[in-house]
Design a binder for this molecule. Structure first.
Ligand code: TTP
Ligand code: MG
Length: 369
Protein backbone atom coordinates (compact mmCIF):
# COMPACT_ATOMS: atom_id res chain seq x y z
CA UNK A 1 0.00 0.00 0.00
CA UNK A 2 1.18 3.49 -0.88
CA UNK A 3 2.34 5.61 2.09
CA UNK A 4 -0.56 7.54 3.56
CA UNK A 5 -1.07 10.36 6.02
CA UNK A 6 -4.16 10.07 8.18
CA UNK A 7 -5.52 12.41 10.86
CA UNK A 8 -7.96 11.77 13.65
CA UNK A 9 -9.65 14.89 14.95
CA UNK A 10 -11.43 14.57 18.31
CA UNK A 11 -13.12 17.51 19.99
CA UNK A 12 -12.11 18.06 23.59
CA UNK A 13 -14.64 17.30 26.38
CA UNK A 14 -17.16 17.95 23.67
CA UNK A 15 -20.59 18.28 25.31
CA UNK A 16 -19.13 20.19 28.26
CA UNK A 17 -17.13 22.45 25.96
CA UNK A 18 -20.32 23.29 24.06
CA UNK A 19 -21.88 24.30 27.37
CA UNK A 20 -18.87 26.48 28.19
CA UNK A 21 -19.19 28.14 24.81
CA UNK A 22 -22.86 28.88 25.46
CA UNK A 23 -22.05 30.30 28.88
CA UNK A 24 -18.38 31.31 29.20
CA UNK A 25 -18.80 32.32 32.84
CA UNK A 26 -18.72 28.63 33.88
CA UNK A 27 -15.39 27.96 32.18
CA UNK A 28 -13.23 27.91 35.28
CA UNK A 29 -15.61 25.75 37.28
CA UNK A 30 -16.10 22.00 37.08
CA UNK A 31 -18.79 21.44 34.42
CA UNK A 32 -20.64 18.13 34.41
CA UNK A 33 -23.09 17.23 31.63
CA UNK A 34 -25.62 14.71 32.88
CA UNK A 35 -28.11 12.25 31.46
CA UNK A 36 -30.83 12.35 34.08
CA UNK A 37 -32.89 9.19 34.13
CA UNK A 38 -35.71 11.07 35.87
CA UNK A 39 -36.35 8.54 38.61
CA UNK A 40 -34.96 10.59 41.45
CA UNK A 41 -33.39 14.00 41.32
CA UNK A 42 -29.84 12.68 41.01
CA UNK A 43 -30.35 9.37 39.28
CA UNK A 44 -28.57 9.01 35.98
CA UNK A 45 -25.04 9.08 34.63
CA UNK A 46 -22.41 11.62 33.70
CA UNK A 47 -22.20 12.06 29.93
CA UNK A 48 -18.98 14.02 30.06
CA UNK A 49 -17.17 16.59 32.17
CA UNK A 50 -14.71 19.39 31.51
CA UNK A 51 -11.06 18.99 32.52
CA UNK A 52 -11.54 20.99 35.72
CA UNK A 53 -14.10 18.40 36.85
CA UNK A 54 -11.89 15.54 35.70
CA UNK A 55 -9.25 16.65 38.23
CA UNK A 56 -11.76 15.63 40.88
CA UNK A 57 -12.21 12.20 39.31
CA UNK A 58 -15.44 13.02 37.51
CA UNK A 59 -15.71 11.33 34.10
CA UNK A 60 -18.07 9.83 31.52
CA UNK A 61 -20.25 7.02 32.79
CA UNK A 62 -20.08 7.50 36.55
CA UNK A 63 -23.35 8.01 38.48
CA UNK A 64 -24.40 11.63 38.92
CA UNK A 65 -24.67 11.07 42.67
CA UNK A 66 -21.03 9.98 42.78
CA UNK A 67 -19.98 13.04 40.76
CA UNK A 68 -21.84 15.25 43.25
CA UNK A 69 -20.02 13.54 46.09
CA UNK A 70 -16.65 14.12 44.47
CA UNK A 71 -17.52 17.78 43.96
CA UNK A 72 -19.19 18.19 47.35
CA UNK A 73 -17.50 21.35 48.54
CA UNK A 74 -16.80 22.78 45.12
CA UNK A 75 -18.72 25.39 43.14
CA UNK A 76 -19.56 23.02 40.29
CA UNK A 77 -22.08 23.26 37.46
CA UNK A 78 -24.34 20.30 36.64
CA UNK A 79 -26.25 20.57 33.37
CA UNK A 80 -28.68 18.32 31.50
CA UNK A 81 -27.77 17.01 28.08
CA UNK A 82 -28.79 19.21 25.12
CA UNK A 83 -27.96 16.86 22.26
CA UNK A 84 -29.58 19.02 19.57
CA UNK A 85 -27.38 21.96 20.46
CA UNK A 86 -24.24 19.80 20.40
CA UNK A 87 -25.39 18.27 17.09
CA UNK A 88 -25.69 21.72 15.49
CA UNK A 89 -22.15 22.63 16.51
CA UNK A 90 -20.85 19.21 15.50
CA UNK A 91 -22.46 19.45 12.04
CA UNK A 92 -20.77 22.75 11.34
CA UNK A 93 -17.39 21.55 12.61
CA UNK A 94 -17.63 18.38 10.52
CA UNK A 95 -18.07 20.57 7.42
CA UNK A 96 -14.89 22.46 8.32
CA UNK A 97 -13.02 19.17 8.75
CA UNK A 98 -14.44 17.74 5.55
CA UNK A 99 -13.20 20.75 3.61
CA UNK A 100 -9.63 19.91 4.67
CA UNK A 101 -9.70 16.21 3.69
CA UNK A 102 -9.11 14.20 0.51
CA UNK A 103 -11.34 11.53 2.04
CA UNK A 104 -13.46 12.15 5.11
CA UNK A 105 -14.86 9.59 7.54
CA UNK A 106 -17.36 10.74 10.12
CA UNK A 107 -16.95 8.47 13.14
CA UNK A 108 -19.05 10.03 15.86
CA UNK A 109 -20.50 13.30 17.03
CA UNK A 110 -17.07 14.66 17.98
CA UNK A 111 -14.67 12.56 15.94
CA UNK A 112 -13.57 12.11 12.31
CA UNK A 113 -10.75 10.62 10.25
CA UNK A 114 -9.21 12.66 7.44
CA UNK A 115 -7.04 11.15 4.74
CA UNK A 116 -4.76 14.05 3.74
CA UNK A 117 -2.19 12.13 1.70
CA UNK A 118 -2.75 13.95 -1.58
CA UNK A 119 -3.12 17.49 -0.34
CA UNK A 120 0.02 17.19 1.78
CA UNK A 121 1.90 15.26 -0.93
CA UNK A 122 2.51 12.68 1.79
CA UNK A 123 4.78 15.17 3.59
CA UNK A 124 4.56 15.14 7.39
CA UNK A 125 5.66 18.73 7.78
CA UNK A 126 2.83 19.78 5.47
CA UNK A 127 0.45 17.58 7.44
CA UNK A 128 1.50 19.19 10.70
CA UNK A 129 0.90 22.63 9.22
CA UNK A 130 -2.50 21.52 7.97
CA UNK A 131 -3.41 20.19 11.41
CA UNK A 132 -2.52 23.60 12.91
CA UNK A 133 -4.73 25.29 10.31
CA UNK A 134 -7.61 22.94 11.13
CA UNK A 135 -7.25 23.64 14.84
CA UNK A 136 -7.20 27.39 14.16
CA UNK A 137 -10.24 27.17 11.85
CA UNK A 138 -12.32 25.21 14.34
CA UNK A 139 -11.37 27.63 17.11
CA UNK A 140 -12.01 30.76 15.04
CA UNK A 141 -15.30 29.59 13.55
CA UNK A 142 -16.78 27.58 16.41
CA UNK A 143 -14.73 28.61 19.47
CA UNK A 144 -13.87 25.02 20.37
CA UNK A 145 -10.57 23.24 20.86
CA UNK A 146 -9.82 19.80 19.50
CA UNK A 147 -6.99 17.31 19.62
CA UNK A 148 -5.44 15.91 16.47
CA UNK A 149 -3.35 12.83 15.89
CA UNK A 150 -1.39 12.49 12.66
CA UNK A 151 0.12 9.23 11.51
CA UNK A 152 0.57 6.70 8.70
CA UNK A 153 -2.79 5.03 9.38
CA UNK A 154 -6.02 5.20 11.40
CA UNK A 155 -4.70 3.12 14.26
CA UNK A 156 -1.72 5.37 14.95
CA UNK A 157 -3.67 8.59 14.30
CA UNK A 158 -6.30 7.57 16.83
CA UNK A 159 -3.79 6.78 19.57
CA UNK A 160 -1.84 9.95 18.80
CA UNK A 161 -4.97 12.10 19.10
CA UNK A 162 -5.52 10.86 22.61
CA UNK A 163 -2.06 11.31 24.01
CA UNK A 164 -1.95 15.09 24.56
CA UNK A 165 -5.50 16.12 25.33
CA UNK A 166 -6.91 18.76 25.50
CA UNK A 167 -5.86 21.04 22.63
CA UNK A 168 -3.18 18.58 21.54
CA UNK A 169 -1.38 17.92 18.30
CA UNK A 170 0.72 14.78 18.02
CA UNK A 171 2.49 13.77 14.84
CA UNK A 172 3.91 10.26 14.57
CA UNK A 173 6.07 9.63 11.54
CA UNK A 174 6.53 6.05 10.30
CA UNK A 175 10.08 5.77 11.69
CA UNK A 176 8.89 7.03 15.10
CA UNK A 177 6.01 4.60 15.29
CA UNK A 178 7.62 1.82 17.30
CA UNK A 179 9.19 4.14 19.84
CA UNK A 180 5.83 5.86 20.17
CA UNK A 181 3.77 2.70 20.58
CA UNK A 182 6.08 0.47 22.64
CA UNK A 183 5.62 1.99 26.11
CA UNK A 184 1.83 2.39 25.83
CA UNK A 185 -0.48 0.03 27.70
CA UNK A 186 -2.16 -2.57 25.48
CA UNK A 187 -5.49 -0.91 26.27
CA UNK A 188 -4.49 1.95 23.96
CA UNK A 189 -5.13 -0.31 20.96
CA UNK A 190 -8.62 -0.21 19.52
CA UNK A 191 -10.22 -3.59 20.23
CA UNK A 192 -8.35 -4.30 23.44
CA UNK A 193 -10.95 -4.11 26.19
CA UNK A 194 -10.68 -4.85 29.87
CA UNK A 195 -11.08 -8.60 29.34
CA UNK A 196 -8.35 -8.86 26.72
CA UNK A 197 -6.13 -6.66 28.84
CA UNK A 198 -6.52 -9.08 31.78
CA UNK A 199 -5.84 -12.08 29.58
CA UNK A 200 -2.71 -10.49 28.13
CA UNK A 201 -1.54 -9.57 31.61
CA UNK A 202 -1.59 -13.25 32.63
CA UNK A 203 0.73 -13.82 29.67
CA UNK A 204 3.08 -11.14 30.97
CA UNK A 205 2.06 -8.66 28.31
CA UNK A 206 1.25 -5.17 29.54
CA UNK A 207 2.65 -2.85 26.93
CA UNK A 208 2.24 -2.61 23.17
CA UNK A 209 5.98 -3.26 22.85
CA UNK A 210 5.68 -6.53 24.78
CA UNK A 211 2.74 -7.50 22.59
CA UNK A 212 4.80 -6.77 19.48
CA UNK A 213 7.45 -9.25 20.63
CA UNK A 214 4.95 -11.92 21.63
CA UNK A 215 4.83 -14.98 19.41
CA UNK A 216 2.11 -14.44 16.82
CA UNK A 217 1.21 -18.14 16.62
CA UNK A 218 0.55 -18.21 20.36
CA UNK A 219 -1.67 -15.14 20.02
CA UNK A 220 -3.61 -16.94 17.29
CA UNK A 221 -3.94 -20.06 19.46
CA UNK A 222 -5.33 -18.00 22.31
CA UNK A 223 -7.51 -15.42 20.55
CA UNK A 224 -8.27 -17.10 17.22
CA UNK A 225 -6.80 -16.27 13.83
CA UNK A 226 -8.61 -13.04 13.18
CA UNK A 227 -8.10 -11.37 16.53
CA UNK A 228 -4.65 -12.84 17.12
CA UNK A 229 -3.40 -11.52 13.79
CA UNK A 230 -5.04 -8.18 14.44
CA UNK A 231 -3.34 -7.79 17.85
CA UNK A 232 -0.01 -8.74 16.33
CA UNK A 233 -0.33 -6.24 13.49
CA UNK A 234 -1.76 -3.49 15.66
CA UNK A 235 1.10 -3.77 18.12
CA UNK A 236 3.52 -3.07 15.23
CA UNK A 237 1.41 -0.11 14.12
CA UNK A 238 0.28 -1.96 11.00
CA UNK A 239 -3.21 -1.01 9.85
CA UNK A 240 -4.46 -0.97 6.25
CA UNK A 241 -8.03 0.16 6.95
CA UNK A 242 -8.81 2.91 4.47
CA UNK A 243 -10.42 6.18 5.49
CA UNK A 244 -13.87 5.81 3.96
CA UNK A 245 -16.83 8.08 3.53
CA UNK A 246 -19.61 6.33 5.48
CA UNK A 247 -22.46 5.41 3.17
CA UNK A 248 -24.66 7.86 1.39
CA UNK A 249 -26.95 9.79 3.66
CA UNK A 250 -30.69 9.62 3.05
CA UNK A 251 -30.97 13.30 3.68
CA UNK A 252 -28.86 16.36 4.35
CA UNK A 253 -30.08 18.88 6.88
CA UNK A 254 -29.06 21.76 9.11
CA UNK A 255 -30.81 23.26 12.06
CA UNK A 256 -29.92 26.33 14.05
CA UNK A 257 -31.13 28.37 16.99
CA UNK A 258 -32.35 31.89 16.32
CA UNK A 259 -31.05 34.76 18.45
CA UNK A 260 -34.55 35.19 19.82
CA UNK A 261 -37.95 33.62 19.27
CA UNK A 262 -39.64 35.27 16.31
CA UNK A 263 -42.33 35.14 13.62
CA UNK A 264 -40.62 37.74 11.46
CA UNK A 265 -40.31 36.18 7.98
CA UNK A 266 -37.31 38.35 7.13
CA UNK A 267 -35.33 37.12 10.14
CA UNK A 268 -36.40 33.53 9.61
CA UNK A 269 -35.62 33.52 5.90
CA UNK A 270 -32.29 35.21 6.39
CA UNK A 271 -31.17 32.37 8.67
CA UNK A 272 -32.91 29.76 6.51
CA UNK A 273 -30.99 30.88 3.40
CA UNK A 274 -27.74 30.61 5.33
CA UNK A 275 -28.65 27.02 6.25
CA UNK A 276 -29.67 26.33 2.62
CA UNK A 277 -26.21 27.35 1.49
CA UNK A 278 -24.57 24.97 3.96
CA UNK A 279 -26.85 22.08 3.05
CA UNK A 280 -26.40 22.77 -0.65
CA UNK A 281 -22.64 22.77 -0.44
CA UNK A 282 -22.82 19.40 1.32
CA UNK A 283 -25.07 18.12 -1.46
CA UNK A 284 -22.55 19.26 -4.07
CA UNK A 285 -19.74 17.53 -2.22
CA UNK A 286 -21.76 14.33 -2.22
CA UNK A 287 -22.56 14.78 -5.91
CA UNK A 288 -26.25 14.14 -5.30
CA UNK A 289 -29.58 15.52 -6.54
CA UNK A 290 -32.66 16.09 -4.39
CA UNK A 291 -36.32 15.43 -4.86
CA UNK A 292 -37.80 16.83 -1.66
CA UNK A 293 -37.33 19.89 0.50
CA UNK A 294 -38.43 20.22 4.12
CA UNK A 295 -38.40 22.93 6.70
CA UNK A 296 -38.52 22.53 10.48
CA UNK A 297 -39.61 24.88 13.17
CA UNK A 298 -38.99 24.20 16.84
CA UNK A 299 -41.39 26.52 18.65
CA UNK A 300 -40.85 28.42 21.89
CA UNK A 301 -42.63 25.59 23.77
CA UNK A 302 -40.26 23.09 22.04
CA UNK A 303 -43.01 21.57 19.90
CA UNK A 304 -41.68 20.57 16.48
CA UNK A 305 -43.39 21.47 13.22
CA UNK A 306 -42.47 20.65 9.66
CA UNK A 307 -43.56 21.20 6.07
CA UNK A 308 -42.32 19.36 2.98
CA UNK A 309 -42.57 19.44 -0.75
CA UNK A 310 -41.61 16.64 -3.12
CA UNK A 311 -40.93 17.15 -6.82
CA UNK A 312 -41.65 14.75 -9.60
CA UNK A 313 -38.14 15.08 -11.02
CA UNK A 314 -34.89 15.49 -9.11
CA UNK A 315 -33.55 19.02 -8.85
CA UNK A 316 -29.95 20.08 -8.52
CA UNK A 317 -29.90 23.85 -8.09
CA UNK A 318 -29.72 26.15 -5.11
CA UNK A 319 -32.39 28.49 -6.45
CA UNK A 320 -35.16 25.85 -6.45
CA UNK A 321 -34.12 24.89 -2.94
CA UNK A 322 -34.27 28.49 -1.68
CA UNK A 323 -37.55 29.21 -3.44
CA UNK A 324 -39.17 26.10 -1.96
CA UNK A 325 -37.88 26.89 1.51
CA UNK A 326 -39.35 30.39 1.24
CA UNK A 327 -42.67 28.99 0.07
CA UNK A 328 -42.79 26.45 2.91
CA UNK A 329 -41.93 28.97 5.63
CA UNK A 330 -44.53 31.42 4.31
CA UNK A 331 -47.11 28.63 4.26
CA UNK A 332 -46.17 27.59 7.77
CA UNK A 333 -46.38 31.15 9.16
CA UNK A 334 -49.77 31.63 7.53
CA UNK A 335 -51.12 28.40 8.98
CA UNK A 336 -49.66 28.51 12.46
CA UNK A 337 -49.30 31.14 15.15
CA UNK A 338 -46.22 29.75 16.95
CA UNK A 339 -42.99 31.66 17.36
CA UNK A 340 -39.87 29.98 15.97
CA UNK A 341 -37.05 29.20 18.38
CA UNK A 342 -34.98 27.01 16.07
CA UNK A 343 -35.37 26.46 12.37
CA UNK A 344 -34.04 23.83 10.01
CA UNK A 345 -33.95 22.92 6.35
CA UNK A 346 -33.56 19.50 4.79
CA UNK A 347 -33.05 17.93 1.38
CA UNK A 348 -34.21 14.34 1.00
CA UNK A 349 -34.99 11.69 -1.60
CA UNK A 350 -31.43 12.10 -2.74
CA UNK A 351 -30.37 10.55 -6.02
CA UNK A 352 -27.05 9.98 -7.71
CA UNK A 353 -26.18 12.24 -10.62
CA UNK A 354 -24.89 9.37 -12.78
CA UNK A 355 -28.14 7.48 -12.34
CA UNK A 356 -30.08 10.42 -13.65
CA UNK A 357 -27.67 10.67 -16.55
CA UNK A 358 -28.20 6.98 -17.26
CA UNK A 359 -31.96 7.42 -17.14
CA UNK A 360 -31.77 10.33 -19.54
CA UNK A 361 -29.46 8.40 -21.84
CA UNK A 362 -31.65 5.31 -21.87
CA UNK A 363 -34.72 7.45 -22.44
CA UNK A 364 -33.35 9.46 -25.33
CA UNK A 365 -30.97 6.83 -26.63
CA UNK A 366 -27.26 7.55 -26.88
CA UNK A 367 -27.05 10.65 -29.01
CA UNK A 368 -23.36 10.19 -29.70
CA UNK A 369 -23.65 7.16 -31.99
P1 TTP B 1 -15.32 11.51 23.92
O1 TTP B 1 -14.59 12.13 22.78
O2 TTP B 1 -14.99 10.11 24.32
O3 TTP B 1 -15.13 12.39 25.22
P2 TTP B 1 -15.03 13.95 25.38
O4 TTP B 1 -15.07 14.65 24.07
O5 TTP B 1 -16.09 14.39 26.36
O6 TTP B 1 -13.66 14.15 26.09
P3 TTP B 1 -12.19 14.06 25.47
O7 TTP B 1 -11.60 15.43 25.71
O8 TTP B 1 -11.52 13.00 26.23
O9 TTP B 1 -12.36 13.75 24.02
O10 TTP B 1 -16.88 11.55 23.67
C1 TTP B 1 -17.54 12.57 22.95
C2 TTP B 1 -18.88 12.91 23.58
O11 TTP B 1 -19.68 11.75 23.67
C3 TTP B 1 -18.76 13.43 24.99
O12 TTP B 1 -18.56 14.83 25.05
C4 TTP B 1 -20.04 13.01 25.62
C5 TTP B 1 -20.45 11.77 24.88
N1 TTP B 1 -20.17 10.57 25.71
C6 TTP B 1 -21.19 10.06 26.50
O13 TTP B 1 -22.31 10.59 26.50
N2 TTP B 1 -20.93 8.96 27.28
C7 TTP B 1 -19.71 8.35 27.32
O14 TTP B 1 -19.52 7.39 28.06
C8 TTP B 1 -18.65 8.90 26.50
C9 TTP B 1 -17.28 8.28 26.53
C10 TTP B 1 -18.94 9.99 25.72
MG1 MG C 1 -13.82 14.09 22.47
Amino acid sequence: MQARIVMLVDLDYFFAQCEERRNPSIKDKPVVVCVYSGRTEDSGAVSTANYVARKYGVKSGIPIALAKQKLKDVDAVFLPLDKEFYREISDRIMEILRSHADVFEHVGIDEAYLDVTQRTKADYQEAERLAEIIKDDVLAQEQLTCSIGVGPNKLVAKIASDIQKPDGLTVVRPHEMNVFLSPLPVRSLVGVGRKTEKKLETLGVRTVGQLAKFDVQRLIDIFGRKLGTYFHNASQGIDDEPVQERGEPESVSRISTLKENTRDPAVILDEAYRLCKEVYSRLLNLGLLYRSVSIYVVAGDLSVHSRSKTFENPASDLETFRKTVKELFEKFLAESDVEARRIGVKLANLAKKEKLQQQITSFFGDATD
